[in-house]
Design a protein. Structure first.
Length: 72
């Protein structure tokens, strides 16, 4: 997803129930948000660059992190 929009991800943090990441350039967020919304709720805070994917079902969803970074 990020690769398709030519977004470079700086930091990725994962846990049993969440995936968080930071990016430097928010210019492609308008195009990226609809793709992220297919995975769950999206909330954007101005001047922040952390994206979190949180959910109890994540541990039962194999490959969720791969889907976020997949270019298809």
């Amino acid at each position: 997803m990020f690769d398709r929009h030519r977004h470079r991800v700086d930091v990725v943090t994962t846990s049993e129930v969440s995936v968080s990441l930071s990016i430097d350039d928010a210019s492609a967020l308008p195009e990226l948000i609809p793709d992220l919304e297919q995975l769950g709720a999206v909330e954007v805070e101005e001047h922040r660059t952390i994206i979190s994917i949180v959910g109890e079902g994540l541990r039962n969803t194999p490959g969720i992190a791969a889907r976020v970074f997949d270019e298809n």
